[in-house]
Design a protein around this ligand. Structure first.
Ligand SMILES: [Zn+2]
Length: 197
C-alpha cells in the first residue's frame, strides 16, 4: 500500500506533465492553420508596376523630338542660305557657323548617321538622317566622332569644327535636305523647331 501510494505520487506529476505536453503539442493543427492561411493570397502574383507606368517621356520625345543649335560653344553666322559669293560656284546651299577650330559639333536632333566621310568641297561630312527622312549635313569637320549606322541623340557630340574641303577658315557648313532632296534654308528650319541661331 505504501509502495502504491509512493508510485502514485510519482506517476501523478508525470501524467500531468504528459497531458500538458500533449496539449502544447497541438502544434500540428496550428501548422495546418498557418499553411491554409498563407496559401491563397501569398501565391497571387504581384502586379508589375512597369506595365502600369509606361515610359511617358520617351513616347513624348518620339512624337516631337527636341532640337538644339549644332554647336555647343560660341559661333558667328558668316554665310546665309541662298547668298552668292565668289567662293561658291552657285548660291550658298547651307548656313555657315564660324567657330574656333576643334569646337564640338552636336546633333541638332535625334537621328541615324547615314554618311560619314570625305566629300570633295564639303570636306569631312557627316549626314544624320531624321525619322521623317530629313538629312542634316555637317561639313568641313576636322574630326568625325560618329560612324555610319550609329544612332545619335540631340546634343550628342558628333564631330569637331575644321577647315577640310573648300573653306577659308574654320566653320561648320550646315545643310538641311528634306527627304534627302534639294536643300532648304537651315535657319528657317531650325527656327521652325524653336531654335534661333
Ligand atoms: Zn557654307
Amino acid at each position: 500500500m505504501l509502495a502504491y501510494l509512493r508510485l502514485r505520487a510519482l506517476v501523478a506529476p508525470l501524467a500531468l506533465a504528459s497531458l500538458l505536453a500533449i496539449l502544447s503539442l497541438g502544434v500540428p493543427s496550428g501548422v495546418a492553420a498557418t499553411v491554409s492561411y498563407t496559401s491563397p493570397k501569398a501565391t497571387a502574383p504581384a502586379p508589375d508596376l512597369r506595365e502600369v507606368a509606361p515610359p511617358v517621356t520617351l513616347k513624348e520625345r518620339h512624337v516631337a523630338p527636341t532640337w538644339t543649335a549644332p554647336l555647343s560653344g560660341s559661333y558667328r553666322l558668316t554665310g546665309r542660305f541662298g547668298s552668292s559669293s565668289s567662293l561658291w560656284s552657285t548660291v550658298h546651299t547651307g548656313l555657315d557657323f564660324a567657330a574656333p577650330y576643334g569646337t564640338p559639333l552636336v546633333a541638332s536632333t535625334d537621328g541615324v548617321v547615314t554618311f560619314a566621310g570625305y566629300d570633295g568641297a564639303y570636306g569631312y561630312k557627316t549626314v544624320v538622317t531624321l525619322e521623317d527622312g530629313t538629312e542634316l549635313w555637317y561639313c568641313h569637320q576636322s574630326t568625325m566622332a560618329v560612324g555610319v549606322g550609329e544612332r545619335v541623340a540631340v546634343g550628342q557630340v558628333i564631330g569637331y569644327v575644321g577647315t577640310t574641303g573648300n573653306t577659308t577658315g574654320p566653320h561648320l557648313h550646315l545643310e538641311v535636305r528634306p527627304g534627302g532632296g534639294d536643300p532648304v534654308d537651315p535657319w528657317s528650319h531650325l527656327s521652325g523647331h524653336g531654335v534661333v541661331v
